[in-house]
Design a protein around this ligand. Structure first.
Ligand SMILES: Cc1cc2nc3c(=O)[nH]c(=O)nc-3n(C[C@H](O)[C@H](O)[C@H](O)COP(=O)(O)OP(=O)(O)OC[C@H]3O[C@@H](n4cnc5c(N)ncnc54)[C@H](O)[C@@H]3O)c2cc1C
Length: 472
């Protein structure tokens, strides 16, 4: 009997259920499924793959210390299924659950259905995979987060040569793009641990205030998001470390805000797990009739930071370079596309996701929908670009750093994008477009039909936790 452990987005040695349980008999192999088509699917991009391979590299080194290693299976779930059947008779397969978009989900579902009881799926992210019940969700989450962490996998006695690719397979994949990807975060558990340590002990000071500033948030946010996405650290490891040390740490209110966000992470991922159709349809289906047409040129100017609004353009260019930007700027970017440009989120969401190293479909798609006013359960909020520019970058120094052509221009003109001829022309009139958006969004929200459906959305997806502080 051999145990086949298949890795997807849980790329760490510790607190990894598939690795831990799959290794108990000490006769196991570890396979990473690399499917080219997956990396071309909704929102995926090379920067994310690069981060994932860095996590894989470190995990491979760790596994070698216990006489194991990562084998790369270059193909789809379907091909992996055939390979397993051809090569093994007596086996168990171990995988961690992963909530992802349609391409992955369909492949994973067929794989699960095919192997049935030979496949063991382990829970992840504190989700309710079956018996979903929003009323008990919070309690269940606390229970999962407080359970004992799983230790290292056992030493492997399996020396089979599998004839599969090794981790070197990824080595040359990023050479052509290395300059473009130079400032993207680095993957791997040791980076995740360093970030956690420095955040808890120093960087969290004034987290609640600094998290909204594009210049300060780079340092003062935890920056753990891509590590959660690729599992180089588990939410539970972070949650427990925080609980264990918080009494001796400073800035407790800041850390409390951080802790709430760990909960939000899973709360959002649960939405996509419960309703995978959210990848394609608005949470409140009536909202899909709002924006029925799109404009490729507008979308292209938005995503490449050529809208004529310097603060917004700077955010886009920053995001493109670093693969990350803070929550507030993400919300503003999305609000601009959905309200001011009136573009359907289904067109803009994957393009934005491609820029995020931390692209987590459950969070991304739910947040995109929230910032587009299509959930039915959140009040629509239109972010004003001039206001954010004034509040978050009053002297425009951050914007000027990214757009040096504006160096000698008065910040006030930059905030309001009044740059007659010295910068790109504005692609939209902010006031008129916001008015149009408000009227259309509120018109649809008035009917009883809308309210009744919104109630159903709340029952399915709404948080039952009382909010003590506002989201960032
Ligand atoms: C349009 C839009 C798209 C987004 N897409 C993603 C995405 O693809 N992946 C992603 O991880 N986050 C996404 N977010 C949420 C948030 O912006 C990021 O989680 C955060 O900026 C990551 O930086 P950090 O790890 O330093 O966060 P911290 O502030 O240090 O927070 C710690 C962790 O809490 C979780 N978290 C924080 N804020 C939120 C939130 N509002 N909702 C859910 N979980 C949260 C994340 O896991 C984060 O890593 C999106 C937000 C918006 C508005």
């Amino acid at each position: 009997m051999i145990d086949i452990i298949i890795l997807n987005r849980n790329l760490r040695l510790l607190d990894n259920a598939a690795l831990f349980y799959g290794s108990l008999r000490s006769n196991y192999i570890v396979i990473y499924l690399h499917d080219k088509e997956y990396w071309k699917s909704n929102g995926r991009s090379l920067r994310q793959l690069k981060f994932a391979t860095e996590c894989l590299n470190e995990l491979d080194q760790d596994l070698k210390k216990i006489n194991s290693e990562i084998n790369v299976f270059d193909g789809s779930f379907e091909m992996l299924k055939d390979w397993i059947e051809k090569n093994y008779n007596d086996y168990f397969i171990h995988m961690n659950h992963c909530t992802d978009t349609n391409y992955f989900r369909l492949g994973f579902e067929n794989f699960k259905n095919h192997f049935g009881r030979r496949l063991r799926i382990y829970d992840d992210f504190g989700l309710q995979l079956s018996n979903f019940d929003r009323d008990s969700w919070s309690k269940n989450w606390n229970h999962i987060m407080s359970a004992d962490l799983l230790g290292a996998p056992k030493y492997s006695n399996n020396d089979d040569n599998l004839n599969l690719k090794k981790i070197k397979f990824f080595e040359d994949m990023f050479v052509d793009e290395s300059y473009k990807l130079r400032d993207i975060q680095k993957g791997g558990t040791s980076f995740a641990n360093q970030l956690l340590e420095s955040f808890l002990t120093e960087r969290c000071e004034d987290y609640r205030v600094k998290m909204s500033s594009p210049s300060q948030s780079k340092e003062s946010c935890s920056r753990l998001s891509p590590h959660f996405t690729y599992g180089s650290i588990s939410i539970r490891q972070v949650y427990q470390k925080l609980n264990k040390t918080v009494h001796s740490l400073n800035h407790k209110q800041d850390l409390y805000s951080f802790k709430k966000r760990l909960y939000w992470h899973c709360h959002f991922v649960q939405k996509l797990h419960t309703e995978p159709e959210l990848e394609f349809y608005s949470m409140h289906r009536m909202c899909d009739s709002l924006r029925t047409e799109h404009d490729d040129e507008m979308i292209s100017k938005w995503i490449s930071g050529e809208t004529g609004f310097p603060f917004l353009d700077a955010c886009m260019k920053y995001l493109d370079r670093y693969g990350w930007i803070n929550f507030r700027m993400r919300a503003m970017i999305m609000s601009f596309a959905s309200y001011n440009l009136w573009q359907p989120w289904q067109k803009t969401s994957p393009l934005l996701a491609q820029l995020f190293t931390d692209y987590e479909p459950g969070i991304h798609i739910s947040q995109v929908q929230m910032q587009s006013g299509v959930t039915g359960i959140n009040l629509p909020r239109i972010y004003s670009v001039p206001k954010q520019s004034m509040d978050q970058d009053p002297d425009s120094s951050w914007t000027k750093n990214i757009l040096p052509q504006l160096d000698n221009i008065d910040p006030k003109l930059i905030h309001n994008a009044e740059l007659n001829g010295t910068y790109i022309d504005k692609i939209v009139d902010l006031k008129a477009s916001a008015k149009f958006a408000r009227e259309n969004i509120w018109a649809i929200r008035k009917s009883n039909k809308f309210k009744n459906e919104a109630r159903q959305v709340y029952l399915k997806h709404g948080s039952r936790r009382k909010r003590k502080i506002k989201p960032n």
